[in-house]
Design a protein around this ligand. Structure first.
Ligand SMILES: NC(=O)C1=CN([C@@H]2O[C@H](COP(=O)(O)OP(=O)(O)OC[C@H]3O[C@@H](n4cnc5c(N)ncnc54)[C@H](O)[C@@H]3O)[C@@H](O)[C@H]2O)C=CC1
Ligand SMILES: O=C(O)CCC(=O)C(=O)O
Length: 432
């Protein structure tokens, strides 16, 4: 992991817009949940239960920095609904993490687990920090401190964390080690996305991108486009975006644009993906090596067949949705398209594969990892990929059919498919 990236290289673009829209993530999620619950015929009480997480903990984590000072970090863990089973979801390290965002992300995790029929509710965590400006030692102390702070409410049968933005298998390893020390027994099933030698699953590293790839394969069939030769733009070159660019390149599609927090690269003739993969750093930054870059916003509006936002939230908004040229948008990131932009894209006939479906490959293989940890028997990558494909294809079909049957956009259809299991389980438990 590289740790000493100069601050100005990684500045977040358009921070004002993101900050104000980020507060809307929860509100817009709640409004879609309301529609979905009503369309499924559940009561208003059910909406009241599901519109907010059951639990949200804020923790303060003291960390000794390398210069000897103590810095106090703020972290969160949100558990949306545990009627179906333990909650599950990643931990994000990012300077713009906030309470509303973590809550929304935990609700989306419930929806993803509902869509893919995993025995989990949704959870999510985050720490306000910039790991790009922290040393290896500081990151380890922060990761361990977070686990100590949340240890009472997490565990293999309670709430199982995983990687998300700017966290990786090394951070999962430190967290698993800390939890195992606290509990005084080895607990690989406490967390997923671990290194394979510590009980990680084959195929987890590439799972999110694989799931997105399967959704793209299904989406092009619906639109009558050939993947071979299709022009693809991918925003974000981290875990999700970089492996996706590779899979698309390997399938014969033409990756004509990629980006990271620093900027974007665009070449209508196709980019040298192998070279870019080789040169990207551990935070998914590569455009800093080039001088002829454009902005992320410019990239999103370039001519292409398939656009994949795979970075952060609120990227396709009412401001740019009319200018998106792609006929298919597949959301690898969580929350990249606002509610208003979703409506604009739908009106324009763009097929939008929503985040809670497209990015569900990660949690699906995390589930496989947890199952393998629980049984102590490990699967080959081929087995994992075959199982993942079935889950993703079935989930895509369920949502596509729901959208056709109810004449609603794919996002609302995905919410309907995703929320149903949690509503039914909450009802059977006698909560509502
Ligand atoms: N890693 C996983 O298993 C899953 C990730 N996701 C979602 O996918 C998205 C990307 O996550 P990862 O690839 O894991 O993160 P990552 O930390 O590996 O990579 C993040 C990428 O986004 C870029 N980025 C950061 N800020 C940006 C900005 N302001 N503008 C443009 N690009 C920016 C970074 O430079 C980097 O290329 C997130 O929304 C995450 O929640 C969703 C499901 C699972
Ligand atoms: O792998 C997991 O458990 C969760 C991944 C995640 O955080 C997400 O899908 O947003």
């Amino acid at each position: 992991m590289k740790v000493s990236v100069p601050a100005d290289r990684n500045q977040i673009q358009n921070p004002d817009q993101k900050q104000s829209e980020s507060m809307d993530l929860l509100t817009s999620t709640q409004s879609i949940i309301k529609d979905a619950v009503q369309k499924l015929g559940f009561t208003d009480e059910m909406y009241e239960l599901l519109k907010e997480p059951l639990r949200m903990i804020t923790v303060r984590i003291p960390v000794r920095m390398d210069n000897g000072s103590i810095k106090i970090f703020t972290g969160y863990r949100s558990q949306h609904n545990d009627a179906v089973g333990p909650t599950k979801g990643g931990v994000r390290f990012h300077p713009e993490v906030n309470e509303a965002e973590v809550k929304a992300l935990s609700i989306w995790m419930s929806l993803k687990c509902g869509i893919t029929n995993l025995p989990y509710g949704g959870g999510k965590g985050g720490i306000i920090c910039d790991p790009r400006k922290m040393s290896f030692g500081e990151l380890e102390r922060l990761s361990r401190g977070y686990v100590r702070a949340i240890s009472q409410i997490v565990g293999p049968t309670k709430d199982i964390p995983a990687p998300d933005v700017y966290t990786n298998s090394q951070i999962m390893a430190w967290m698993m080690d800390e939890y195992s020390r606290i509990r005084e027994f080895d607990s690989p099933g406490f967390i997923t996305g671990k290194p394979v030698v510590l009980g990680g699953s084959q195929g987890r590293e590439t799972a999110t991108a694989r799931g997105v790839t399967i959704c793209i394969e299904e989406a092009v069939k619906k639109k009558g486009i050939k993947l071979q030769g299709a022009r693809i733009i991918v925003q974000g070159f981290g875990n999700a975006g970089s492996f996706l660019a590779k899979f698309m390149h390997d399938s014969g599609a033409q990756v004509i644009g990629i980006s990271d927090a620093h900027g974007a690269l665009y070449d209508p003739e196709g980019l040298d993906i192998e070279y870019l993969l080789d040169r990207r750093d551990s935070f998914g930054t590569v455009t800093n090596l080039f001088s002829d870059i454009i902005t992320n916003q410019e990239l999103l509006e370039k001519e292409c067949d398939i656009l994949v936002p795979a970075a952060i939230s609120n990227q396709i908004t009412a401001q740019n949705a009319e200018h998106i040229k792609a006929s298919i948008v597949v959301e690898a990131a969580n929350g990249p398209t606002t509610l208003e932009a979703t409506k604009i894209l739908d009106r324009r006939g763009v097929l939008l594969v929503p985040d809670i479906l497209a990015s569900a490959g990660g949690v699906t293989v995390s589930y496989f990892e947890w199952v393998q940890n629980n049984q102590g028997y490990y699967w080959s990558e081929e087995e994992v990929t075959t199982k993942l494909r079935k889950v993703m294809v079935d989930s895509f079909d369920d949502i596509y059919q729901m959208s056709q049957k109810h004449q609603v956009d794919m996002r609302l259809a995905a919410y309907m498919v995703g929320i149903r299991k949690h509503a039914e389980a909450s009802h059977y438990r006698g909560w509502v």
